[in-house]
Design a protein around this ligand. Sequence first.
Ligand SMILES: Cc1cc2nc3c(=O)[nH]c(=O)nc-3n(C[C@H](O)[C@H](O)[C@H](O)COP(=O)(O)OP(=O)(O)OC[C@H]3O[C@@H](n4cnc5c(N)ncnc54)[C@H](O)[C@@H]3O)c2cc1C
Length: 318
Amino acid sequence: MQDIIDVYQKPEWLALPKIMLGKGSNMLFTQHYKGVVIINRLQGKSVIENEDNWHLHIAAGEDWPQLVNWATEQGYPGLENLALIPGCAGSAPIQNIGAYGVELKDVCDYVDILLLETMQVARLTAEQCAFGYRDSIFKHQLYQKAIVVALGLKLRKSWQPNIEYGPLRSFTATHVTAKQIFDRVCEVRTEKLPDPDISGNAGSFFKNPIVSNSQFAQLKERFPDLVAFPAQEGMKLAAGWLIDQCGLKGTCLGGALVHPNQALVLVNNGKATANDVVQLAGKVRATVMEKFGVSLEHEVRFMDATQETYLTSIVEAR
Ligand SMILES: Cc1cc2nc3c(=O)[nH]c(=O)nc-3n(C[C@H](O)[C@H](O)[C@H](O)COP(=O)(O)OP(=O)(O)OC[C@H]3O[C@@H](n4cnc5c(N)ncnc54)[C@H](O)[C@@H]3O)c2cc1C
């Protein structure tokens, strides 16, 4: 922790922009970064047990997939649906990672943060983190003001499986184990998603857009097969389906490619420049807007030479 404080207080680096990274799996650097990159490798985990729960305290630099594997092996259920999501534990609350019907918010007890203004550590309850769909306080009030240093997870002993999503539906709630869910999630993800170590990608490139109930009704009339799920503020559309319907799977721009099987994933075929990825993302966004009138927002975080940037700003500036 002192290392992080030292980096922020080092006189020669005071004026430079800084970014904390976990594994970089949700990042696109659109230009050469001219600041200080800090890699979070805070390690350690501990478990306290009471009658109802296992309480896990996890240092932010722990590897998330390894943590889920370890917890499942130890018999602490609750994380299995979030298996194989690349990244560090400390990055998980930033966008409230989610998969197969479970989000971090469902298991998060607290998040410990280092406040950059005072260099003091504070604890936020899960409620204070204001988790939403791929969203949290760290993208708003605490944006660039706090570093996540640890994560508290509360895993219920009265575990209930979450098997409502696609490939998990074939399980029976009364018989399935957390390990079986973990294995199935790993199997499906390995089969479905390109391995970032082989073809560079950042997982789902765009968020599933949320539209009002009335816009949904209009779209459903024009596109009866529209894939959507109820969301708090309306209906959440499957971005992958929208992209697929535009016939964009396999579309190539320079070295960047819309994955031929997973429309939501943009991959680097080995030679892509950041500009290729940005251009392809712009094309996908514009095509979906033209066909459906729906605006796609990227889930991947873009960084230019000094600060966070967005597809819309880059496109407008051209
Ligand atoms: C193949 C693949 C599949 C994926 N599948 C999913 C999925 O199913 N669900 C899902 O939600 N996501 C998914 N993702 C996205 C990614 O795994 C998550 O966003 C993950 O939490 C990123 O972790 P990271 O450590 O790599 O974060 P990074 O990419 O290093 O950082 C992401 C953001 O968090 C900030 N940050 C990182 N650490 C800290 C910290 N300690 N304190 C403050 N800010 C910090 C960074 O500055 C940056 O803005 C996938 C990505 C890939 C490549």
